[in-house]
Ligand binder design. Structure first.
Ligand code: SAH
Length: 255
């Protein structure tokens, strides 16, 4: 198919597709907990913002593994409704609150949070721009913890280089991203790559049945056909080129 980025597809359609899935990006409870293990001084006073939370899979993992109060924010109202319903079902509604909003224009006070969390979402604002802008909402010594698409090698085959330059033009190597963390005012506390299972078992495989169902539901809709073709292509590229890129957890402490 012709090259195009996911951003060109309708926001609502993408979200309608993904909100029926447990996760909207690569990740796992184990990796969320691993990232949490690098953060000091967690208590029942800890305040976390989870930006681009989606339906909140990682939000619930954070809530179940801390005593923190969590504000989860996403642009898509359908995801927030689902997140708040899940929080209620798990009895976490007193500590977990989903709100609709944009990570580009946060409805928070300066120095409000101990931790800003964001899995698979910072590319929507940009890695550098996000780290820069979000910093003022953190207390001094607060932490940022994000997963972000990163190159594992200095050189890549053209096909995958071109695809990512189109999807996330800012994509860089791990060393480059760590230097951005430092430049934007954080001390890198930990950096680790997400295992392949986070992509394959938790992201691509669960999409397969949903893709069939979505194509049936929207039979004849060219936008939907293109979107599914894009997602299938993304999965094929991952199996072909996964030694060259992946998601990396970046954890930094605000200076
Ligand atoms: N953290 C979740 C979802 C990742 S998908 C997970 O790992 O499963 C990325 C999410 O970012 C989507 O839910 C999308 O609606 C949201 N998003 C995109 N642009 C946004 C913006 N400007 N502000 C807030 N959320 C945004």
């Amino acid at each position: 198919m012709e090259d195009r980025t996911i951003h060109e597809f309708e926001f609502t359609l993408i979200n309608e597709f993904f909100t029926e899935l447990e996760r909207q990006g690569p990740g796992s409870p184990e990796e969320t907990i691993r990232a949490l293990s690098f953060i000091d001084n967690l208590s029942d006073k800890t305040k976390i913002a989870d930006l681009g939370c989606g339906t909140g899979f990682q939000t619930m993992v954070l809530a179940q593994n801390t005593k923190a109060t969590i504000t989860a924010l996403d642009l898509y109202a359908g995801s927030i409704d689902k997140l708040n319903a899940t929080a209620k079902k798990l009895g976490l509604q007193n500590r977990v609150k989903g709100i609709v909003g944009s990570m580009n224009d946060l409805p928070f006070q300066n120095n409000e949070f101990d931790i800003i969390w964001s899995e698979g979402a910072i590319a929507n604002i940009g890695f550098e721009k996000g780290l820069n802008y979000w910093k003022k909402f953190l207390k001094k010594d607060g932490y940022v913890a994000v997963t972000y698409e990163s190159w594992f090698t200095d050189e890549r085959p053209t096909e995958i280089e071109k695809w990512w330059m189109d999807a996330v033009p800012e994509i860089g190597t791990i060393a480059h991203n760590v230097s951005i963390m430092q430049k934007t005012g954080y001390i890198p506390a930990a950096v680790f790559t997400l295992p392949e299972s986070c992509w394959i078992d938790n992201y691509f495989t669960p999409q397969k049945a949903r893709q069939e169902e979505f194509l049936k539901k929207h039979a004849g809709n060219k936008t939907v056909e293109n979107m599914i073709a894009f997602l299938r292509h993304e999965a094929d590229l991952y199996s072909k080129y996964k030694q060259y890129y992946g998601y990396v957890f970046y954890i930094g402490k605000r200076i």
